[in-house]
Design a protein around this ligand. Structure first.
Ligand code: ADP
Ligand code: MG
Length: 696
């Protein structure tokens, strides 16, 4: 078969010389199936074997080619037996050290012999040393020429050596002469954005010339690397935009508020909505009247009053004759919503449903019937709401709280859920973990976004202090004082491992010891291992003021709302990420009293740990904290493990390459407008058959 016309993305790796089934299996582990895959598998770093470094110019922890004459060569019996060679050139001396060596090897390394070596210089007992360098004896006056190009080092897997990987890459580059690798960026766009061609970039990156800027390459900031990162980011962005187009092609029920009911609802509230709540509610209301499904992300810092905005949207759906599903990530938060929505909506004659994983079979059946018949108009619950056997009569709106815990895949599966009469429900996604703009563009470009940028009036900012465990007594005294003044406090226990069982035990022990020290104060305990009823009772007692100090695991992270609590102690805050700390701290500062958060750390702190606590002490704005979190931990951590998979880039790095995003956005719009036929190809090249992009 002639392979001349087959493009590289369809040419299997087995066409490369030396690739049989065994090697193909190893390449498969690296995700390399086609010649194009091999080309896109870029070096992780480079070695510079293009020049000889004078010994005096050697830098520790860098690889270099060196040349010199052997001045001494002896077997040394120190802690380990080793062969030690002193090598000298006109500028200095280094040591070559071999722990494994043969007699024949030793015999060749005679004093006076000239060597050329390659290896990494490290600081050792006798100054700079090379351990087991590659070396060759230079005899006569015809040394082998040095490499003309930088030597790539590829990300590899077991059983795949670097020479092997290099040989494959060289062959793959060679294939470019006969097989097309389609350039998918139109030339006009490339010229406008100063981007080189794909082929040019790939050729360069697999074998950079000797004058290439190595530091730039190592940092991933070389223009040719950015050319590839750009295309990859573009692919992700386009895929989300196309997903959004698909959604816009679907039909949704048109929901309109009933002005009378709205008025009665607002009159019943103990406060008036903030300007931000009103503005955002209007944005949502406008979406709901459309016949295409709303897909809107509602971002608002902890305590900004997202629940009210959700309730207004829910009311609009219900008065239009549709059901609403409200999903929370934890049982405690779901309970809280049931409480709030119940208090707000039941007086208007609206019936609530309730579904979590912990219902008895009988109760569950009952609830399911209510949802299927449409009797339950607003269903509150956890993931359980979206299990397969849950059927809604007329689902018109889905509200997901604390979105950062749900990934794109889940988002898609929910969209499918409520389809009914060919109508898709609207979706409102609420998050209290502000999503840095850079991430929002790569992970949420399929959503519209509303931001509540104002807190309800009368809040006083939380003062945060960082205190060592060694001063725990002072902190306990502070709790006693606050409670004596009629305030309430949280004491949050954290654990290194994410085991709710261990965390529960730790919280129990802490609660017991605090009960002893704080005799006279009422100490409550909540953790994830308690029965729903117990948890609910404790939370209610805390809310009613019957408990002074609530000891808890991080289960109280989201949603819990007790305005009289004005002091929070977080034990070992260094174990938590910034977003989680911010969430926790948001439990206080909800009333008029000045609130405090004590970060009670265990010393010694790592550099990162200290940095995180400093950020918490200095900042209270969730958006600022989110940006810092992204900088410190990277996108996978910031979005939560569930979403890490959605942001797995081959080459791009959303933090490092964030300055490319405006170009990506612009490029995507232009392509959709002027070259729609290229978009699918770009997506396919970078994302393959990622299920996220399948039809929904
Ligand atoms: P979050 O955005 O964190 O979900 P919540 O919806 O739980 O915030 O609201 C936090 C607290 O602020 C609740 O006690 C809520 O009743 C109260 N609240 C909400 N909106 C207002 C407002 N406009 N004025 C005063 N208090 C408000
Ligand atoms: Mg909330």
């Amino acid at each position: 078969m002639s392979t001349a016309v087959i493009s590289l993305e369809r040419l299997p790796v087995t066409v490369l010389k030396g690739v049989g089934p065994k090697l193909a299996a190893k390449l498969d582990k690296l995700g390399l199936h086609t010649v194009q895959d091999v080309l896109f598998h870029l070096p992780a770093r480079y070695l510079d074997r293009t020049r000889v470094t004078p010994l005096a110019a050697l830098q520790p922890n860098t690889s270099a080619v060196i040349e010199g004459e052997i001045r001494a060569c002896d077997i040394v019996y120190a802690r380990r037996r080793s062969l030690v060679c002193r090598l000298q050139d006109g500028t200095g001396t280094v040591t070559l050290r071999f722990f494994h060596f043969s007699a024949a090897q030793k015999d060749k390394l005679l004093v006076g012999t000239r060597l050329r070596c390659f290896g990494e210089a490290r600081r050792g007992a006798s100054g700079l040393e090379f351990y087991h360098p590659e070396y060759e004896v230079l005899d006569g006056d015809t040394p082998r020429p040095l490499e003309a190009r930088l030597t790539p080092v590829y990300p590899a897997t077991e059983g795949l050596t670097q020479p092997r990987m290099r040989a494959l890459a060289t062959q793959a580059i060679g294939c470019l002469d006969q097989h097309p690798l389609t350039e998918l960026l139109p030339e006009s766009l490339r010229r406008e954005l100063h981007q080189v061609s794909l082929v040019e970039a790939l050729r360069y990156l697999h074998a950079p010339p000797s004058d290439a800027r190595v530091e730039q390459l190592l940092a991933g900031e070389h223009p040719y690397q950015r050319r590839l990162a750009f295309e990859e980011l573009l692919a992700h962005h386009l895929s989300l935009l196309l997903l959004r187009r698909q959604t816009q092609a679907e039909r949704a029920p048109q929901l309109r508020p009933d002005p009378d009911v709205m008025r009665r609802f607002l009159q019943g509230l103990p406060f008036t909505p903030t300007g931000a709540q009103e503005r955002v509610s209007a944005e949502i209301a406008a979406d709901l009247t459309q016949s295409t499904p709303m897909l809107r992300l509602l971002q608002g810092d902890v305590g900004s009053g997202k629940t009210l905005v959700a309730a207004l949207a829910a009311l609009t759906a219900v008065t239009s004759g549709f059901q609403v599903a409200i999903m929370a990530p934890t049982e405690i938060l779901a309970e809280q919503h049931r409480h709030n929505f119940g208090a707000w909506l039941e007086p208007l004659g609206i019936q609530l449903g309730w579904l979590t994983g912990r219902l008895s079979a009988g109760r569950r059946r009952q609830e399911l019937e209510q949802l299927a018949s449409g009797a339950a108009q607003v269903a509150v619950g956890t993931h359980a709401l979206f299990q397969e056997d849950v059927i809604f009569a007329r689902l018109g709106l889905i509200i997901i709280d604390e979105q950062h815990r749900f990934g794109v895949h889940q988002r898609l599966s929910l969209r499918q859920k409520g389809a009914h009469d060919g109508l898709r429900p609207h979706q409102l996604i609420m998050t209290a973990t502000p999503i840095p703009r850079t991430l929002a563009m790569s992970a949420y470009a399929d959503l519209d976004s509303s931001v509540i940028d104002e807190l309800p009036p009368g809040r006083t900012p939380v003062t945060t202090v960082v205190i060592s465990q060694q001063r725990r007594d002072q902190v306990v005294a502070r709790v006693r004082e606050a409670c004596a003044q009629g305030r309430q406090a949280y004491w949050v226990c954290t654990l290194i491992e994410e085991s709710e069982t261990l965390a529960a035990q730790a919280a129990e022990v802490t609660a017991e010891s605090l009960r002893e020290t704080l005799g006279g104060l009422k100490v409550g305990l909540v953790h994830g291992r308690l029965k729903g009823k117990e948890k609910e009772a404790t939370m209610k007692a805390f809310k009613d003021g019957a408990i002074d100090l609530l000891v808890a695991t991080t289960v109280i992270e989201v949603g819990v709302d007790v305005p009289n609590a004005s002091l929070m102690i977080i034990e070992n805050p260094e174990r938590l990420g910034l977003a989680q700390l911010h969430q926790l701290r948001g439990r206080v500062g909800r009333g008029a009293a000045a609130s405090h958060c004590v970060l009670l750390y265990g010393s010694p702190l790592s550099r990162h740990g200290r940095e995180r606590l400093r950020i918490m002490r200095e900042h209270s704005d969730g958006f600022v904290i989110a940006e810092e979190d992204l900088r410190l931990r990277g996108p996978g951590e910031v979005l939560g493990t569930r979403q890490t998979g959605d942001l797995q880039f081959k080459i791009a790095d959303v933090v490092r390459d964030s300055d490319l995003l405006p170009q990506v956005q612009h490029g995507a719009q232009r392509l959709l407008r002027e070259h729609p036929e290229l978009c699918q190809n770009i997506i396919h090249r970078w994302l393959g058959d990622n299920p996220r992009y399948l039809q929904v």
